[in-house]
Design a protein around this ligand. Structure first.
Ligand code: DI6
Ligand code: FE
Length: 404
């Protein structure tokens, strides 16, 4: 039997059940091994657990939430693109810069020339920054290698982060992110290559899901479909960068493949909303990219809510359009920019973020869930959305173990 530990007298935002926040004042968690085995009112902890507990943490009314889930990042890359930010301030658009050979391609060159170790170390520093604010599950995509060898190197970095840090990671193959220079003018051939790489990358144990950038400056719906068919043949779930800069009908296509999520969605149509609702696909909102590109078209939030599409929230950390390392800031921005309620935003960065990764074992505080949770120097969970540029994270537990 594993050791039992008690976390007592907390204000629990369980996000479980139907009550606002799933709030339990003067609550307790019982942890055994990697799991929460009991959650509820402190004065109702079963006697057996009280007897068996080998550790007891008194929290004096402070807030405990599920660990944060950052479900969409491009964490692994070489270099940075601060100079493009300057060019945009002088009037160039993101699409202008991409068409002129900058943008994603400049990061591809920097990534290809970086050593495995430097790719790992830079991604590790970024992961540590996210973790310092309570992130316990992190998704990271490839997409800056764009060759079999370099995509494998980037995905291997994601696996190594999960092995070496107190964090769970999910790796997504986004080889269909941009056209590499050696395939200039031959996008269909590049997609054929990507479809041939997927079984290889999967055989190396490097892939949990497959993503694509379906956009005017990315790949067409027909090309995206070919990538999804290759994923389906391997039994891998799909996700999609859909309708970020224009409506390509990507969300409906992704829904046809029962995608875990469609991400960005500023230009999503009503038909796209309906398709996502019917397939149970999560909408991942990325206010960092919206803010940094100074977009003005909001994702269709009222329609997504009305259709019952779960709303997740993520940093989209990447060097071009969202160089943020703060999921807490995204919670605040989801409220200020997208008008989410604080509760919607926090659920988006926990419960629904987990769902966007196909992970049913986390994102709420309930018996049977992984013991991933955060103790905050806050009284109420609505403060997670209220303070910004401030980190109230005090203690983090991952799979039952407190981080040093
Ligand atoms: N959408 C984005 O916002 C990022 N990728 C994508 O498909 C941008 C990536 C970059 O500019 O490096
Ligand atoms: Fe992205």
């Amino acid at each position: 039997m594993s050791a039992v530990s008690l976390w007592r007298n907390a204000r629990l935002a369980t996000l479980a059940g139907d009550m606002p926040w799933g709030l339990v004042d003067n609550g307790a968690l019982v942890v055994e091994g990697e799991r929460i085995v009991w959650a509820g009112a402190d004065d109702r902890i079963p006697a057996d657990y009280l007897r068996r507990a080998s550790a007891e943490h008194q929290l004096a009314g402070t807030l405990v939430t599920p660990g944060l889930v950052d479900c969409h990042t491009h964490l692994v890359y070489g270099g940075q693109r601060a100079h493009e930010f300057e060019q945009r301030l002088l009037g160039a658009s993101y699409e202008d810069i991409a068409r002129a050979g900058g943008g994603i391609r400049s990061t591809v060159a920097a990534t290809r020339s970086a050593s495995d170790e430097s790719l790992y170390q830079s991604a590790r520093q970024r992961a540590l920054a996210l973790m310092a604010e309570g992130v316990t599950t992190l998704e990271a995509k490839s997409g800056y290698g764009l060759s079999l060898h370099d995509e494998a190197r980037c995905l291997a970095v994601v696996r190594r982060l999960g092995r070496e840090l107190p964090l769970s990671t999910r790796s997504t193959c986004l080889a269909a992110h941009a056209l590499p220079p050696e395939f200039e003018g031959r996008a269909d051939d590049y997609i054929s290559a990507v479809c041939a790489w997927l079984p290889e990358l999967h055989a190396q144990g490097l892939v949990d899901a497959v993503d694509a950038f379906c956009e005017r400056i990315g790949f067409t719906p027909a090309q995206t479909r070919r990538v999804f068919e290759a994923a389906r043949a391997l039994g891998l779930p799909v996700k999609l960068h859909a309708e970020q800069l224009s409506d390509q009908g990507g969300a409906a296509l992704a829904a046809e493949f029962k995608a875990l999520s469609c991400d960005h969605l500023e230009h999503l149509s009503d038909a796209g909303v309906r398709a996502m609702a019917a397939s149970g696909t999560v909408a991942v909102l990325l206010p960092g990219a919206y803010y940094f590109l100074r977009e003005t078209k909001l994702p269709p939030l009222a329609a997504l809510r009305a259709a019952g599409v779960p709303l997740a929230l993520s940093t989209d950390h990447n060097p071009g359009t969202s160089p943020t390392l703060s999921l807490l800031l995204m919670i605040n921005m989801a409220c200020t920019l997208f008008r989410l309620t604080p509760e919607e935003a926090v659920r988006g960065a926990t419960q629904h973020g987990a769902r966007a990764l196909g992970l049913a074992d986390r994102g709420t505080l309930a018996a049977g869930q992984r013991a991933d949770f955060v103790v905050w120097a806050l009284d109420h969970p609505n403060e997670l959305a209220y303070w910004f540029g401030h980190n109230p994270c005090r203690r983090v537990v991952v799979a039952g173990e407190e981080r040093a």
